[in-house]
Design a protein. Sequence first.
Length: 149
Amino acid sequence: MRAVVQRVKEAEVKVDQEVVGAIESGLCVFLGVGEEDDKEDVEYLADKIANLRVFADDQGKMNLSALDLEKNFLVISQFTLYGDCRQGRRPSYAQAAPPGKAEELYEYFLDSLAGYGQKVASGEFKAMMDVSLINDGPVTLLLDSKKNF
């Protein structure tokens, strides 16, 4: 499972011009599910993101998590995180999970993250979405449950 995590001042996602998910200050998570992923990958990544210390403390050091500051999460499914561009010019998505499995683990991720007690907004699985955000910092991190990077 892969995630691009951005610390944001605000973020929203629209489907057909209608806002389906929005947060103020918090973390925007673009989440990709791989064909070999399972619930352990979900639990690892949900815990890692919920406790990621990317917010400033009183001394200005990134030492606090979204949970410490009661920040919210916006999670958007994004199979393109498994796009392999090493050969040719058209990405291969062979390592991405099939839609049924991906949706099941995506929903489980939303529930797992919500279990930490903060608001979790989301996009719409398999929909064309317009995502708007103001990256705070900017802070953008790449995470992989298999620890490939």
